[in-house]
Ligand binder design. Structure first.
Ligand SMILES: C[C@@](CO)(OP(=O)(O)O)[C@H](O)COP(=O)(O)OP(=O)(O)OC[C@H]1O[C@@H](n2ccc(N)nc2=O)[C@H](O)[C@@H]1O
Ligand SMILES: Nc1ncnc2c1ncn2[C@@H]1O[C@H](COP(=O)(O)OP(=O)(O)O)[C@@H](O)[C@H]1O
Length: 336
């Protein structure tokens, strides 16, 4: 509590991502695959608000709220606790209430859970005035939460190596236009898609895999931000596995290409499909065509790259939660 009795709250906005390239290398001993990926943050955002509270809790609103766990499995809650463990005793160890306005599709290959975790780290660092926690330290905490979390702290377009957690920004000017197709009630589990990729590779006898590298073609295309060059260089080694588990995605990809998309790609482990188009006008045409002719799904127009998790409000008196059904509730005390 501040001297005036009002409670401070911090709101952070965080984007989802797609992968412009996902080269999957050998399975490591720790159960992860060696990766080279090119992350690209796009303009669909969750908003995460944290404020001091008497108990740890997480509350979710928005179209995908009913698919988000509100118990200890919630990645945002795990992020807050992970950062709380780094606070000095003097600063106190009071819990927080976390409110998530969820607009990023859940289990869609857009790293929504990772985005919420990144947003929570940024929000809690601000709320707890942890000025000594620099970006590198925050990225270290982020990597412990999931392979995609460090990228969502930065956003933009960046290469992810290792298991995806080592992030290096890519020089990219300008903007790309995308149309996203998200199947209602679909959702693919990331470990299952990686396992299906291994299975398909073993079946095809392709087991002797080199250490993955980013492609020169994609880097050059991004430097020029030339839509057709980027279109030609998109690659996702998990796509065949995602289509094998969810064959409808093949139909979606074919429909988008027939309707004039420059390229179509499954985002990460799927099942979101991202279509690259040349302009906002092309994006509108494609979304109308997909809505009329494609398999049932939500269609969203986005642009990328956009920045990662950013504080958008730092308020003494928190605004009331947005209208609509709220899921979640208090959790028991947590000793971090
Ligand atoms: C596929 C990608 C592409 O960006 O994202 P999504 O499409 O799920 O968002 C990522 O590699 C997902 O990253 P993230 O969702 O953070 O995964 P993690 O929590 O670290 O790992 C979940 C599980 O995915 C598998 N996994 C993940 C990363 C990796 N390099 N190799 C793996 O094999 C492992 O089975 C692991 O137990
Ligand atoms: N804050 C959160 N938002 C979304 N999903 C979460 C969150 N915390 C945990 N999860 C879990 O993570 C799983 C993966 O969700 P998500 O990160 O949206 O997808 P993906 O890994 O495909 O990018 C979900 O099925 C959900 O159970």
């Amino acid at each position: 509590m501040s001297p005036g009795g009002s409670t401070e709250a911090v709101t952070v906005r965080v984007p989802g991502k797609i992968n412009l390239e996902l080269v999957v290398g050998p399975l490591r001993e720790d159960g992860y695959h060696e990766l080279s990926t090119v992350f690209h943050a796009v303009s669909v955002y969750d908003r995460v608000t944290v404020q001091p509270a008497s108990r740890w809790s997480v509350h979710v609103t928005g179209p995908f709220a009913d698919r988000v766990p509100t118990g200890p499995d919630n990645l945002a809650l795990q992020a807050a606790r992970a950062l709380a463990r780094r606070r000095s005793r003097r600063a106190g160890s009071g819990p927080v209430r976390i409110d998530i306005d969820k607009q990023i599709p859940v289990a869609g290959g857009m790293a929504g859970g990772s985005a919420d975790a990144a947003a929570t780290l940024v929000a809690c660092r601000e709320l707890w005035a942890m000025d000594h926690v620099d970006q590198d330290t925050l990225e270290g905490v982020a990597a412990g939460l999931g392979s995609d979390v460090p990228f969502l702290l930065r956003g933009g377009t960046a290469i992810g190596s290792g298991r995806g957690e080592q992030v290096t920004p890519v020089l990219a000017r300008g903007e790309l236009h995308w149309v996203l197709w998200v199947g209602e009630g679909l959702g693919l589990s990331t470990p299952e898609v990686y396992a299906e990729c291994d299975r398909l590779r073993a079946e095809a006898g392709s087991t002797d895999l080199p250490v993955p590298q980013p492609s020169g073609e994609l880097m050059a295309a991004l430097r020029r931000m030339e839509t057709d060059e980027v279109a030609a260089a998109l690659r996702n080694d998990l796509q065949a596995a995602a289509v094998s588990l969810q064959p409808l995605l093949g139909e979606v990809l074919d429909t988008g290409l027939e309707l004039g998309a420059r390229a179509g790609i499954v985002s990460g482990s799927g099942p979101t499909v991202a279509f690259l188009v040349g302009s906002q006008a092309e994006a509108i045409d494609l979304s109308v065509g997909l809505a009329a002719n494609g398999p049932t799904g939500d269609i969203t127009r986005v642009v990328g790259p956009v920045p990662g998790a950013q504080v958008v409000q730092h308020h003494r008196t928190p605004s009331p939660p947005p209208p609509g059904p709220v899921r979640g509730g208090p959790l028991g005390p947590v000793h971090g």
